[in-house]
Design a protein around this ligand. Structure first.
Ligand code: GLA
Length: 706
């Protein structure tokens, strides 16, 4: 059974290889019992802690509560903090009832458990929701907080979930941090008593910290070892805390950031928290990533396009910056089409008075100095060349030097009597305002109605500051960051219905707003403004820990020294996800165009393996001079391996490449290796590879022999 209730007070959630269990502990408190490898006998589920002897603690502090609230002797981080109508701040959540049913997600019926907790005195109820994704070995948790009375309840903290890893082990935490042009850096540290917090306060996911974690005992590897992991499905302010308690518990909380947050919970108007996706594997970090990848490809990425191959795009940004016009874009489009590009995207600069970043955001009409007859001549040309046309927009922003700002200065976030901080000469529109939400939807909807646009790159280049929202009563003003994201999601949902054939790309100065929330509405992501092909190996590796290759857009550009990076190296680095070209093709020689064409042709042949196969990180760029990533089809009959050598140092330029994801009993032919070798040997001893020179790369084809 996927979800069972045992002895009327113990709930067990089974996926193919994992079990998650909780039950009633003392005083009707819902207590976490187990999360880890699948248990065959329910008698193996640990019993809840029943007693604890010390006058400084009681069970509210010591038990692993499924949804702890601020009450009594709870001195740890809690999911829910509230101010009740009579001023009390003590929230008791006792078990009330449960239900088990199904929820239809895409074509799949997924089992769902809901457990209801109620305060014994006040009109406060919490529904804890659990959805089980059996074949992905994942569960989804979120909460619904309901005011069943008639008076306002002020929430100061409302996390999605609390969860725990088995006690009595040391734990290592893996997180992802970064900055603009340096996203997705992996960090590892042993947890020690105290609290580690990762979060964003910027109004978006952020470049700096990522809503994902992995925990292991300090010795798990790519292919082996226990890994517990989780990711939030939310694109706004978020927080995860990892609390190592004095009793060696690891209590993890995830959800909406409580920074600058309160929620005026109105009667019968529940707060539904973001989901957290949780998984466990005993097959290392690689399998943790693949479980998330499969889940995203099947159930997160928007349905219309999730099973389609992503097109090879050209993007004008690094070639022409703001200086776009009919002539230079036409010429780029001709070159792009001639080398096999399928989608031509015009980036920033096409609208309003957008000649630099100092003006124009908000004025989403075509700049007629650059495009005297509008966008149609360019779009028609692009279509005649056999490509789709795509456009860059940044709808949630405004430059003070714009007609929109002059007409609606009240649409931006602001506090009275305070300057509004500008960055990149722009300000944030307050999307929580219904009129701004309407404007943004109609602006994009109109563009898509008017022109034959098949792709939108949706950018967001300034973190939110001075988040004032004077239009609503004070008790609701600090809800603004949540309403902002909920409205953003609504806009995307509506656009996806009215324009089902349009593909959307999320971008925020590169990778500042990528998460499982936004990827439920956008098909792919621009993961970094850093397009140096060597730096990219690191950024892309970090990204791959969470997100599937299909969603990862990588451009071949002119960044970095041409003496260091051959076009082949640039292409191989960018072929590991959804390939794009951002180089100035107007400066390419005939020879370069020919090389580019050859690689694009090759990419088209292997694209299904990369975008729809399984990814295996063979050698990490963080670990040394050589890095390698393998992609195999799910049948394990065909694959490719990308290899990169940083610099040649004898004898390290001859190294063993140990493959993964093969059938041990089959024999394989590897291009550039004359001998046919068994999967078993390739996955144990591997094959010896030699690469010479600096910044060298190789692409191996792996084929199972019939
Ligand atoms: C951001 C994006 C870039 C480009 C510019 C345009 O920085 O990440 O790719 O679109 O904006 O201004």
């Amino acid at each position: 059974m996927t979800i069972e209730c045992l002895d009327e007070c113990k709930w067990v959630l089974n996926t193919q290889k994992t079990t998650y269990a909780f039950g009633l502990g003392v005083d009707e408190m819902l207590t976490h019992l187990y999360w880890g490898p699948r248990l065959s006998f329910s008698s193996d589920i640990p019993e809840p802690l029943r007693t604890f002897h010390a006058s400084f603690n009681n069970m509210r502090d010591m038990a692993n509560l499924e949804y702890p609230s601020q009450s009594g002797m709870a001195y740890h981080e809690v999911c829910l903090k509230a101010r009740l109508h009579d001023g009390s701040r003590d929230v008791i959540l006792n078990y009330d009832s449960y239900s088990i049913g199904d929820v239809e997600i895409r074509e799949e019926k997924c089992p769902k458990l809901t457990v209801i907790l109620k305060d014994p005195h006040y009109s406060l109820t919490v529904h804890l929701h659990y959805i089980v994704y059996e074949k992905y070995d994942l569960i989804e948790r979120y909460s619904e907080i309901i005011n069943t009375g008639s008076e306002l309840i002020q929430l100061d903290q409302a996390f999605s979930a609390a969860f725990y890893v088995p006690e009595g082990f040391p734990y290592r935490l893996t997180t992802i941090s970064g900055g603009w042009a340096a996203e997705y850096t992996l960090n590892q540290e042993m947890l020690v008593p105290g609290k580690k917090v990762i979060e964003s306060r910027r109004g978006a996911t952020s470049h700096n910290s990522h809503p994902w974690f992995a925990l292991d005992h300090g010795n798990s590897q790519e292919c082996s070892g226990d890994v517990w992991f989780g990711a939030l499905r939310w694109s706004g302010n978020w927080k995860m805390s990892f609390e190592h308690t004095p009793r060696n518990q690891i209590r993890i909380l995830a959800g909406l950031n409580n920074y600058d947050f309160t929620w005026g919970l109105l009667p019968k108007n529940p707060l539904i928290t973001p989901s957290v996706i949780l998984g466990f594997t005993s097959q290392g970090f690689g399998q943790a990533s693949r479980n998330l990848h499969h889940f995203q490809e099947d159930l997160i990425l928007p349905k219309k396009h999730n099973k389609k191959l992503r097109k090879i795009l050209y993007n004008s940004w690094e070639a022409t910056y703001f200086d776009v016009n009919l002539e230079n874009q036409t010429s780029l489009a001709e070159k792009a089409a001639s080398i096999g590009v399928e989608l031509f995207v015009m980036d920033d600069g096409w609208f309003g008075q957008r000649n630099t970043d100092m003006a124009g955001l908000g004025d989403w009409y075509v700049n007629t100095q650059k495009f005297p007859e509008g966008l149609d001549p360019l779009i028609n040309k692009v279509n005649e060349l056999g490509m789709d046309f795509g456009l860059w927009v940044e709808p949630e922003m405004v430059n003070p030097d714009s007609d929109l700002y002059r007409a609606h200065p009240e649409w931006v976030f602001q506090f009275p009597n305070r300057e509004i901080t500008r960055a990149r000469h722009q300000l944030n529109l307050n999307l929580a305002k219904p009129e701004v939400k309407d404007f943004v939807f109609h602006m994009v909807d109109d563009l898509l109605n008017k022109y034959n646009i098949k792709f939108i790159k949706w950018d967001w280049n300034k973190s939110i500051s001075e988040p004032g929202w004077p239009d609503v009563p004070k008790e609701h003003q600090q809800e603004v960051m949540v309403h902002y994201i909920k409205n953003l999601y609504d806009i995307f949902s509506k656009l996806r219905v009215s324009h089902p054939n349009v593909v959307f790309e999320t971008c925020s100065g590169g990778g500042g707003r990528i998460d499982m929330g936004i990827l439920s509405f956008t098909d792919q992501a621009w993961i970094s403004d850093n397009t140096n092909p060597y730096d990219r190996l690191f950024i892309q590796e970090g990204y791959s820990h969470i997100y599937c290759p299909k969603s990862m857009v990588c451009w071949v550009t002119d960044a970095g020294d041409d003496n260091l990076f051959s076009l082949k190296y640039r292409f191989y680095s960018s072929m590991m996800g959804t390939l794009g070209i951002g180089a100035n093709l107007n400066n390419y020689t005939e020879k370069q165009l020919k090389i580019a064409k050859k690689h694009i042709k090759r990419y088209k042949e292997i694209r299904p393996l990369i975008q729809e196969g399984e990814m295996y990180r063979l050698l990490s760029p963080r670990a040394g001079n050589v890095s390698a990533v393998q992609y195999m089809n799910v049948e394990k009959t065909e694959g490719v391996v990308f290899i990169f050598l940083q610099s040649s140092k004898f004898p390290e330029n001859r190294f063993r490449l140990i493959f993964q994801g093969l059938n041990p009993e089959s024999q394989y032919k590897i291009s550039k290796i004359s001998q046919k070798l068994s999967g078993r040997l390739l996955m144990s001893l591997g094959a010896l590879i030699t690469l010479d020179g600096h910044f060298k790369s190789e692409l191996l084809k792996v084929t199972q022999i019939e």
